[in-house]
Design a protein around this ligand. Structure first.
Ligand SMILES: NC(=O)c1ccc[n+]([C@@H]2O[C@H](COP(=O)([O-])OP(=O)(O)OC[C@H]3O[C@@H](n4cnc5c(N)ncnc54)[C@H](O)[C@@H]3O)[C@@H](O)[C@H]2O)c1
Length: 379
């Protein structure tokens, strides 16, 4: 009998951006098997997609409530063990809540919910449950990001003194200047997206990354957001100054109107002894910068990397791995947690990271709306 974890998927249909990433990533280490789900709210699209990609159709349900009802009728040994939520943001909370209440492990896309209040409800529910809850901050799975975390923790760059994380995309530029298109994009609709577009969608990746690699906590933020048009209710660009634990200062620069940019996510952490720089579009290179020394470039798969970094590299050095592998590493960590195996806390982001992400989004928007003032992020 297969020992793979029975996985259900919500959203991520043929019309989606992120579905393929989760399907490939979950299968990467032979730990999960997709057994069904609801891939699209329109039945013909839902079932048609599943038939097209050759998954079994007997556990593809018409909607989420039917999925819960029918899965609970199955013996535990057959029931879905984990369910990935890949829908637009506003569905994350109701789906996650009901899944936790019914004992399913949850893998939830970011931003975890549409408000901090919802995030805290999920966190409280988990206090009384054995459910594993993961939030897919995809980029924390990269081997060289894990290496960066290890090097900072081991003092290679000394005390951190400057943080600069940039996440620049340009895809909203052609949309924002077209009134019809801007009305048809769910990320620009507060009902579907939450209170923020840019900060919620990509600023939150930057925030999580800072805490992941530096080990510091972002304590307060001062945000200046950009909307471009008066009928656009959602930020599409913003600069957020941050104050972290240890009196460290830094900045998150996020934009979805950085014309022509693709997925330019750059993480730069500078310490008193050295600096580390990583660029998502070239993820196999980690740059070590030191005063008076030649640039040092670290790459995945070499013995000088940490155990966790090496654990996330499948092939010998020189075989580039990318975002599918990064998400695959996160699924690998989740599988260990579900199976009760030993794992490193850096292997997958949890509910705590999800709540902090929502905290950041709310405080950044509040800071901007209050006239660009410093706002504390609750611990
Ligand atoms: N981790 C990352 O790097 C990353 C990247 C992209 C998107 N995301 C997140 O993933 C989520 C989805 O984003 P996307 O870009 O794939 O969106 P999308 O609009 O491309 O796809 C959404 C999918 O959900 C389906 N859906 C909508 N309502 C549904 C319902 N009631 N039941 C079942 N399925 C339903 C749609 O049919 C579609 O297949 C968002 O929360 C987004 O923030 C994360």
């Amino acid at each position: 009998m297969s020992l793979k974890i029975r996985l259900g998927i919500l959203g991520g249909g043929g019309d989606s951006l992120i579905g393929v990433l989760h399907r490939v990533a979950s299968s990467m280490y032979d730990q999960f098997q997709i057994v069904g789900g609801v891939f699209n709210p329109v039945w013909e699209e839902n079932i048609g997609f599943v038939e097209k990609i050759g998954l079994p159709t007997n556990r593809v349900y018409i909607d989420f409530d039917t999925l819960i009802e029918e899965e609970l009728k199955l013996p535990v040994s057959e029931r879905m063990e984990a369910i990935s939520i890949l829908t637009p943001n506003f569905l994350h909370f109701p789906m996650a809540k009901k899944l936790i209440e019914n004992g399913f492990n949850v893998i939830c896309e970011k931003p975890m919910t549409t408000s901090l209040e919802e995030a805290k409800i999920l966190q409280n529910l988990l206090l009384d449950s054995d459910t594993i809850f993961a939030v897919t901050y995809t980029y924390t799975g990269y081997p060289m990001i894990r290496q960066m975390r290890n090097m900072i923790a081991n003092g290679v760059i000394g005390k951190v003194q400057k943080i600069d994380v940039q996440y620049y995309q340009g895809w909203i530029n052609p949309i924002i200047h077209d009134e019809e298109k801007r009305g048809n994009t769910w990320r620009l609709d507060p009902e579907k997206s939450g209170i923020s577009c840019c900060i919620g969608d990509i600023g939150t990746h930057a925030f999580d990354m800072i805490e992941y690699v530096s080990g510091l906590k972002v304590n307060s933020v001062l945000a200046d957001l950009n909307y471009l048009y008066s009928d656009n209710k959602m930020d599409i660009d913003g600069t957020v100054l941050i104050h972290c634990s240890g009196d460290v200062k830094g900045v998150i620069r996020a934009s979805q109107i950085a014309t022509g940019e693709e997925n330019n996510f750059t993480v730069q952490i500078y310490g008193e002894k050295a600096g580390l720089k990583w660029e998502q579009e070239n993820p196999n290179y980690l740059y070590l910068l030191e005063d008076g020394k030649p640039l040092n470039i670290l790459k995945p798969g070499h013995i000088y990397n940490s155990e966790l970094s090496l654990d996330g590299t499948k092939l010998p050095p020189g075989h580039p791995e990318g975002i599918f592998d990064s998400m695959g590493n996160i699924y690998k960590g989740i599988a260990k947690a579900i199976k009760g195996e030993k794992y490193d806390i850096g292997e997958y982001p949890t509910i705590t990271d999800g709540v902090r992400g929502m905290n950041f989004i709310e405080k950044a928007v509040q800071s901007h709306q209050s006239g660009n003032i410093w706002i504390k992020i609750d611990d």
